[in-house]
Design a binder for this molecule. Structure first.
Ligand code: GRF
Length: 200
């Protein structure tokens, strides 16, 4: 399948996906990197790999979320994208867009879901005093950070950790986890069937 990666920022997960997908036998092709932020640093990194890039700036659509998403959807279709991978994409999708890509859109979230949904997950983890933290790849459903979990990676929370040290430890795990989880979806080893995760 042809994969479109959606980013809003630096794109370190995108880079890791691109590098892994170039290895022989990887079951997906990264065909497009799409950003809602025109100057997202990840766009230049994608171009550097020779990957097609596009920008759909949400600000030009005002409050009309669906118009923004229709514009993104058109770009994804123009590039014949089969699977959408959210990698640091900082817009919440409407139910319309989620339905349209149901079972064909995944996200990485920097916590061990269902713990610590939303933003500032590392701060949330430190405040909760957990001894273990990590990241999750999940299918996207209309409810935020609530879709069935495909894979997780764990890290310890260490004495003296702050948000930055913990975020860095988790990010390293994200870079290994996301390409693996995408491969599982792209190869059909994992699928969303009637809203539930199926492994085959
Ligand atoms: C990652 O921690 C991801 O889990 C979160 O946003 C960050 C994006 O980083 N949703 P990058 O743009 O992939 O470097």
């Amino acid at each position: 399948p042809r994969v479109g990666i959606l980013i809003s920022g630096r794109g370190s997960n995108m880079v890791s996906l691109v590098e892994t997908a170039r290895q022989p036998g990887y079951p997906a092709e990264i065909a497009l990197v799409l950003s809602n932020v025109p100057d997202a640093p990840g766009l230049d990194r994608a171009s550097g790999f020779g990957i097609a890039t596009a920008t759909v700036d949400h600000r030009t659509f005002g409050k009309d979320r669906e118009a923004f998403e229709r514009a993104m959807d058109e770009v994804l279709r123009a590039h014949q994208i089969d699977l959408v991978v959210l990698a640091g994409f900082m817009r919440i999708m409407t139910a319309w867009f989620v339905k349209r890509w149901e079972g064909r859109m995944i996200n990485i979230h920097p916590s061990l879901l269902p713990l610590f949904k939303g933003t500032h997950t590392h701060r949330q983890a430190l405040e909760a005093g957990v001894s273990e933290h990590g990241c999750s790849v999940h299918f996207v459903v209309p409810e935020l950070d609530a879709g069935p979990v495909i894979a997780q990676a764990k890290v310890p929370v260490l004495p003296g950790d702050d948000e930055n040290t913990l975020a860095a430890r988790v990010l390293t795990q994200e870079h290994g986890l996301y390409p693996q989880a995408l491969a599982a979806v792209a190869s059909g080893a994992v699928a969303l069937v009637d809203g539930a995760l199926v492994r085959r």
